[in-house]
Design a protein around this ligand. Structure first.
Ligand code: PLP
Length: 469
């Protein structure tokens, strides 16, 4: 590492990135390249001799950026946001600069201790940063599984049952696959519009009673605050009580909407979270913290540690052996871990709670504005109540011809995304193809929402016009 070369190159790189942000609106937000495009542009083998940074940056411009979907574009409204910010970027930069691998306290005491402190700022005790919500649900499922097996006997794995809804993120399914839960023991409870796609506690109780009746062992219940398709919020208090009375682990996935709950007016969506055994929110989604940074809090940290700890000779050290410290390697799947708390710390310090609350409220305000635009155009409908910054809507099929509704909305999605002017995504609710408009990119302003709405209206007019012809 040549410090002077780093200074020179890093300045050039920062200039490159700053210029990128300045011109980000000029790119088609959804990459328009075809599969395999890059093979034709990049040599088949790595260079023998060093190349200049300028050459590489020229290639980034000419060959890489066309294949980038611009998640930070103000015209990005797809899936859920994945925010970047100056503070988040600087934290990442610092973390890359220090480049520590903080698996045990001794490998960088500041990494472990800052992570504990920053997560205590945000939540209450027992916090750890995982890479993603998928890792978070996996580690807590493993902890819950082993805790249950310690109680009922380790041969009972086949009998363990997991409960969630048909709106729960697919990462739970993956966790069950990895955790060896019998595929037939994953209860996917049906939701519908009568509860705005949140789980009905009665269905959970019924399913549990049925399973207990046939000798199965309920052990894990997963609720969501802000489901992926439509931001449905499950009734935490009731579900928590059900989990408690059946001695089940209760996990709450608030990957996206957890961020909104820093505003007092949205805190109500977490009522009952006290009953949870674990709670997760992705700071990398809607909390200005560059990917990846998923905060997980666990009540019974020993359960996690019992499932995930190893103690090989080559990692033994005085502080760990004396139980004076926490080693986060025992709270996660990999050994190595990044100094992720730096960026979250920088976000919290450089913006402060007040600005973060404004940031969330502004996006929600923009989503409300979009919702109001939709309701002024009778050709469209808002499909589910907007709770946060996601609006689920669709183009109504002419003459109520529902047979064509799904194709029509599918075609509209394709048409608007192909313009490159905006990027939105979709879901299916109760068999209907729904368009999702998620406000959350840090650079999005009202003018972008208005322009997006114009693109949607124009493409809808073209599609409906072609139906008439
Ligand atoms: N849970 C919910 C509710 C989500 O919306 C998502 C992703 O959008 C996830 C979990 C998975 O997130 P990650 O990519 O961090 O695993």
């Amino acid at each position: 590492m040549d410090a002077e070369q780093l200074r020179d190159y890093a300045h050039q790189m920062v200039d490159f990135i700053a210029d990128y942000y300045k011109s980000i609106e000029n790119f088609p937000v959804l990459s328009q390249v075809q599969p395999g495009y890059l093979h034709k542009l990049i040599p088949d083998s790595a260079p023998n001799h060093p190349e200049s940074l300028q050459n590489v940056l020229d290639d980034v411009k000419a060959k890489i950026l066309p294949g980038v979907t611009h998640w930070q574009s103000p015209n990005y409204f797809a899936y859920y946001p994945s925010n970047s910010s100056v503070a988040g970027f600087l934290g990442e930069m610092l973390s890359a600069g220090l480049n520590i691998v903080g698996f045990s306290w001794i490998t960088s005491p500041a990494a472990t201790e800052l992570e504990m402190i920053v997560l205590d700022w945000l939540g209450q005790g027992g916090g750890v940063i995982q890479g993603t919500a998928s890792e978070a649900v996996l580690v807590v499922l493993l902890a819950a599984r082993d805790k249950a097996l310690r109680k009922v006997g380790k041969n009972a794995l086949e009998k363990l049952v997991v409960y969630a809804s048909d709106q729960t993120h697919a990462s739970l399914q993956k966790a069950c696959q990895i955790g060896g839960i019998h595929p037939e023991n994953c209860r996917v409870l049906k939701t519908d519009s009568s509860t705005n796609y949140s789980i009905s506690p009665d269905l959970v109780t019924e399913a549990i009673s049925h399973d207990v009746g046939i000798g199965l062992i309920p052990f894990f219940l997963c609720a969501s605050v802000g489901t992926t398709s439509s931001t449905a919020v499950d009734p935490l208090l009731e579900l928590g009580m059900i989990a408690k009375s059946n001695e089940m682990w209760f996990h709450v996935d608030a990957a996206y909407a957890g961020s909104a709950c820093i505003c007092p007016e949205y805190r109500q969506y977490l009522n009952g979270v006290e009953e949870a055994d674990s709670f997760n929110m992705n700071a990398h989604k809607w909390f200005l913290t560059n990917f990846d940074c998923s905060a997980l809090w666990v009540k019974d940290r020993n359960a996690l540690i019992q499932s995930l700890s190893t103690n090989p000779e080559y990692l033994k050290n005085k502080a760990s052996q004396a139980n004076l410290v926490m080693d986060y390697k025992d709270w996660q799947i990999p050994l190595g871990r990044r100094f992720r708390s730096l960026k979250l710390w920088m976000v919290l310090r450089l913006y402060g709670l007040e600005n973060l609350q404004c940031y969330i409220r502004n996006h929600i305000q923009l989503a409300k504005h979009f919702e109001a635009l939709i309701s002024q155009d009778p050709r469209f409908e808002v499909v589910t109540p907007r709770l946060f910054s996601l609006v689920c809507f669709r183009l109504l099929p002419p003459h109520n011809d529902e047979d064509h509704g799904n194709k029509l909305n599918h075609d509209l999605l394709d048409a608007v995304n192909t313009t490159g002017k905006i990027f939105i995504s979709h879901t299916v609710l109760s068999g209907k193809y729904i368009l999702r408009f998620a406000v959350g990119a840090p650079l999005t302003e009202e003018r972008h929402v208005n322009a997006a709405w114009k693109v949607l209206q124009d493409e809808a007019s073209t599609l409906l016009g072609s139906l008439v012809e």
